[in-house]
Design a binder for this molecule. Structure first.
Ligand code: NI
Ligand code: MN
Length: 226
């Protein structure tokens, strides 16, 4: 699988020939000023929750690409009202088989209000299962015991976890999460974008290494084979 990082919690994974974009927040992210949202291709856009730092560019990219947007019920309805009709609603605990594989929506412990104050439902994480491999994107979340359920559903090749603290897990909780989900290869997101979530990335990588796990921190605009 190929993973491209676009800053903050925005990344895309290419599986089974489909480009799947997550939580687009690019044009408002100073650190991602080199990325042109008009150059990003997407067959699907998955939204973990309604906060602006996860959906700010979703409508623009969905309009241009025609990508199917997958999110919880309330965000799906909100998108429909904004004129985005190609959506797929999910909710916690459910799964659906798309043309690239199956996705299970899982618990995330966070909040989800939309930028205009609309109710954004519950935040979600996603477990992707495909012939190319399996991965988990937790979305914004604290460490939760529910993560221990994930190995029952999928043997993960990698996971994308927030590590920036303050709003989400910090590095040590992300390491504990990696144990809960039985996964050695973690891509860190949701760090360094704003003052509240600035971290020491070298210390983070050595903490993962000491725990027998690897923390990948691709540069903004970088694509890695994973
Ligand atoms: Ni959030
Ligand atoms: Mn966030």
């Amino acid at each position: 699988m190929k993973l491209s990082f676009y800053g903050h919690s925005c990344f895309s994974v290419e599986i089974m020939g489909k480009k799947i974009l997550f939580d687009p927040f690019i044009s408002y992210n100073e650190l991602a000023s080199a990325i042109d949202i008009n150059g990003i291709e997407a067959d699907y856009i998955f939204l973990s929750h309604g906060h602006a730092d996860h959906i700010a560019d979703a409508i623009a990219i969905a309009n241009r690409t025609g990508a199917k947007v997958v999110a919880n019920w309330e965000i799906h309805e909100w998108l429909n009202k904004q004129g985005i009709q190609n959506t797929h609603p999910m909710n916690t605990g459910g799964k659906w088989t798309f043309d690239f594989g199956t996705v299970k929506a899982v618990v995330a412990q966070h909040s989800s209000g939309l930028p205009d104050g609309s109710y954004g439902g519950n935040p979600l994480g996603f477990v992707f299962m495909s012939e190319a491999g399996n991965f988990y994107y937790s979305g914004d979340t604290g460490l939760t015991l529910d993560m221990q359920l994930i190995p029952i559903w999928a043997k993960l090749n990698f996971a994308i976890l927030p590590i920036g603290d303050n709003f989400t897990m910090d590095v040590s909780d992300a390491i504990k999460c990696a144990e809960f989900i039985d996964c050695k290869k973690i891509v860190g997101v949701h760090y360094n974008t704003f003052g509240f979530i600035k971290i020491d990335t070298e210390a983070a990588q050595s903490a993962f290494k000491s725990a027998g796990k690897s923390l990948l921190l691709p540069g903004i605009g970088e694509t890695v084979e994973i």
